[in-house]
Design a protein around this ligand. Structure first.
Ligand code: FAD
Length: 324
């Protein structure tokens, strides 16, 4: 295992060197000026998790992301926790917060009142999603809601004000779509309804993202399509989650991560290298914004951003959390 750790460390060093040389080749505009980033969190379930999230925010504040976002349970199932978490982040974190909002199973009045709560907290950015039926939920829930698809939620938010509206996109096809064309049509409908930016489901096959982006642009999608990057904290968990949301795990990843959940130090190095390489390739292909699924942890996201040169901008003053 020691040998393995050594060789991955070497690998990481090589990646770092390569990226440093690449950065030096384009000194006119630093990578941090060209590439925006956002970090996604989920609402903590209890006090201990809330303290862990505070520590994560403290660690990530140094990177000065363009915004952070907080997920929202489908059918309003986490409404209270999400609102509380958004309030806390808005109070403590020195960057703007985007609130996720879902519409499945919710009436227009419920959507409006959730929106009001966020706006009262100073939120001006949203991630508008349909949400999924919770496992075992009554399918009748679908008919009780006023919006069946997220483009209707986008319209509802757009009617309420000049907010920034992000939506979901699926480079490997949403599991319910017949084909990629259906996903691109859905994306166009969200754009027409007033969405400003699409953020993708996570993916590991970067070519699939690049093809999807080309197809979407050719079909008329003008809003930026931001890749969602998932640093792997637990490979078995990632594999299970990927199978539910239609993200493929390439065979090279299966080989690379095989058995590493029992060797967290090595796994973290491999995960950092894999995600850093993916981000570097995306940036080389013109990506100007990376969205990180942090899973409420800071270590891997910090390492990836630091290696890429996406560290803090010039100032050194606003790097810590605001006072509670
Ligand atoms: P939609 O855009 O409604 O699409 C869902 C399906 O319907 C797709 O197959 C689409 O092709 C199809 N479709 C869309 N419009 C039409 C139409 N007019 N006619 C026919 N078919 C149509 N879930 C949560 O519960 N909470 C979260 O906080 C959350 N955050 C997320 C963040 C990101 C960045 C992403 C990518 C996903 C997130 N999700 C979240 C998961 C999301 O709710 C699910 O992927 C959900 O299944 C689809 O949501 P959507 O907004 O893309 O739905």
């Amino acid at each position: 295992m020691k040998e393995m750790t050594g060789s991955f460390r070497l690998n990481l060093q090589e990646t770092f060197e390569r990226l440093r040389r690449r950065r030096e080749r384009s000194p006119v505009v630093s990578i941090r000026e060209r590439v925006a980033m956002s970090f996604e969190f989920f609402p903590p379930r209890d006090e201990a998790a809330a303290h862990r999230l505070d520590r994560t925010l403290q660690a990530l504040a140094r990177l000065e992301p363009d915004f952070v976002s907080m997920t929202y349970g489908a059918g309003g199932s986490s409404r209270e926790r999400s609102t509380r978490a958004v309030a806390r982040v808005a109070k403590l974190f020195p960057r703007p917060v985007a609130a996720h909002l879902t519409c499945i199973g919710s009436s227009r009045a419920e959507i409006d009142s959730a929106l009001d709560e966020f706006v009262d907290l100073g939120v001006r950015r949203f991630v508008a999603l349909r949400g999924d039926l919770p496992a075992g939920a009554d399918r009748g829930l679908l008919d009780r809601g006023d919006c069946r698809h997220s483009y209707e939620l986008v319209s509802a938010i757009r009617r309420r004000g000049d907010f920034e509206i992000n939506v979901g996109a699926y480079p490997e096809k949403h599991p319910e779509s017949a084909d990629i064309r259906q996903d691109i049509d859905a994306l166009l409908a969200k754009q027409d309804a007033g969405a400003n930016r699409a953020i993708t489901q996570f993916f590991f096959d970067t070519d699939k993202f690049l093809r999807f982006r080309d197809q979407a642009v050719a079909a008329g999608v003008r809003m930026p399509i931001v890749p969602g990057v998932l640093p792997i904290h637990n490979f078995d968990g990632t594999r299970r989650f990927a199978s539910t949301c239609g993200a493929g795990i390439p065979s090279w990843m299966l080989e690379l991560f095989e058995g590493l959940d029992d060797a967290p130090e090595v796994r973290d190095m491999v995960a950092t290298t894999v995600a850093t390489e993916q981000c570097a390739r995306l940036i080389e292909h013109g990506v100007e914004h990376l969205h990180f699924y942090t899973l409420n942890r800071s270590e891997l996201t910090t390492a990836i951003c630091d290696i890429l040169g996406l560290g803090p901008r010039r100032r050194a003053d606003s790097r810590s959390l605001k006072r509670a």
